[in-house]
Design a protein around this ligand. Structure first.
Ligand SMILES: CC(C)(COP(=O)(O)OP(=O)(O)OC[C@H]1O[C@@H](n2cnc3c(N)ncnc32)[C@H](O)[C@@H]1OP(=O)(O)O)[C@@H](O)C(=O)NCCC(=O)NCCS
Length: 231
């Protein structure tokens, strides 16, 4: 099993879109502006960009700072602390994990601004999934001895949504996993879009289908376990 560490060097890939999702009546007359995206690994070097991005959105999901799935227990904010202190603790914890190379993720950039995020990591780095009510009932004994990777969180800057940024982050995360040895990659998308963007942090079923993931098991009524093997 990979120990989930990766090189400090950031790998830059370039993606572009022509404003996918931004359909306008004028489309036939003038092409929407081309947006070029660059992707980088979260690391101590890119931490300031991540920090600025997440701080703009108050730490995301009520101050999580994308720490929730790093814990075995289900806590967003540590109990017994004032809210602002609990949020600050999450931010500090994330930074410590990044510095220790125990937190993986892809940042998508528009220019020099980080605007998209996909958290991925080896199973051991994101243990909260194992204790999930539905996941814990699954028989995953056939996974023994294989690298198992998880894709747990997507987040896109509110000013850059519905332009395919999450899809860019997903492709880059899969490239990174492949470069780090590959294995089984798991995703847990919502089967409904009823909750809107807030409730889609795991991504959509179609996002993963587009990348060749297959349904593996139901996770209750609202989520699906999907998998893809990267050799
Ligand atoms: C969900 C989210 C990541 C999507 O990012 P995006 O770049 O705007 O999405 P894309 O343009 O790549 O579209 C991906 C899919 O999301 C769907 N989607 C995007 N915004 C949506 C919305 N407001 N309501 C319903 N579906 C939506 C798209 O229809 C598309 O669906 P498909 O795969 O079935 O075709 C983004 O809205 C977001 O960041 N939401 C907040 C999630 C959050 O709080 N994460 C915290 C985890 S740390």
């Amino acid at each position: 099993m990979s120990d989930g560490r990766f090189s400090e060097n950031t790998k830059n890939h370039r993606f572009s879109d022509h404003g996918a999702g931004a359909t306008t009546k004028k489309k036939a007359e003038s092409k929407p502006a081309r947006i070029n995206y660059e992707v980088k690994e979260l690391s101590s070097t890119t931490w300031p960009d991540f920090e600025k991005f997440f701080a703009k959105h108050n730490g995301v999901q009520g101050g999580c700072w994308c720490t929730f799935y790093h814990h075995t227990e289900g806590r967003l904010l540590k109990e017994g602390l004032e809210r602002k202190d609990a949020v600050a603790l999450n931010r500090k914890e994330k930074r410590t994990l990044v510095n220790k190379r125990r937190s993986h993720g892809i940042l998508v950039y528009a220019g020099n601004q980080a605007v998209g995020w996909c958290q991925y990591g080896p199973k051991e780095e994101l243990p909260r999934i194992d204790s999930g009510r539905n996941y814990s009932k699954l028989d995953v004994s056939d996974d023994q001895g294989r690298n198992l990777w998880r894709l747990t969180c997507f987040f896109v800057d509110r000013d850059f949504r519905k332009k395919g940024v999450a899809g860019v982050a997903l492709k880059a995360a899969l490239d990174s996993i492949q470069e780090q040895g590959g294995g089984i990659v798991e995703a847990y998308p919502s089967t409904s879009k009823e909750g809107g963007s807030w409730a889609l942090w795991f991504g959509t079923v179609a996002m993963f289908e587009r990348e060749g993931f297959k349904a593996h098991a139901k996770l209750g009524e609202k989520h699906l376990l999907m998998r893809k093997t990267l050799a």
